[in-house]
Write a protein that binds this ligand. Structure first.
Ligand code: 4NP
Length: 161
């Protein structure tokens, strides 16, 4: 039986932000010796990019910062809401779409916005970099690194690790 705490990152396409959140968080889990406690995955609100690897530009910038993006895009389903302990969206639209899938108050307690874990700076969302320039991809990684650090602390506290 898998007793690990399960975290799912969600964005629109599951090719830029949530694959990066997954890659960054996985690395931080290893660095914090938490692999036996936490498992991670990512998914998208849309199925438009189903089956695709992360966006080439996103991969390039993630690699430059030392992160390996291994996700294959898939749409989020209600099974994920049941299966995961924490479901973390990147912006208000992601949260709105996730909330439309919920079936109970128990489900609702699992939904978080990624930027709520930021510690260094206040951000309202992880901005969608897909149609923008390179600075957008760098910004995504900056925000996600901060938020992943905060998330690690939240989970450590939760389990007194
Ligand atoms: P993501 O970025 O939600 O961070 O994966 C996007 C990727 C693709 C599209 C939009 C956002 N798209 O419209 O195809």
């Amino acid at each position: 039986m898998n007793l690990r705490y399960k975290v799912l990152f969600v964005c629109l396409g599951n090719i830029c932000r949530s694959p990066s959140a997954e890659g960054i968080f996985k690395k931080k889990i290893i660095n914090n010796n938490l692999s036996k406690y936490i498992s991670v995955d990512s998914a998208g609100i849309s199925s438009f990019h189903r089956g695709e690897k992360a966006d080439k530009r996103m991969m390039e910038y993630a690699t430059k910062r030392g992160y390996n993006l291994t996700s294959i895009s898939r749409p989020v389903t209600y099974y994920d809401i049941e299966e995961f302990d924490m479901i973390i969206g990147m912006d208000d639209e992601n949260i709105y779409s996730l909330e439309n899938m919920l079936r109970s108050e128990e489900d609702r307690k699992k939904i978080y916005k990624m930027t709520s874990f930021c510690r260094k700076e206040n951000y309202d969302m992880v901005p969608d970099p897909y149609y923008g320039g390179e600075q957008g991809f760098v910004k995504v990684i900056d925000i996600l690194e901060d938020a992943c650090d905060g998330l690690i602390e939240v989970i450590k506290k939760k389990f007194s690790i």
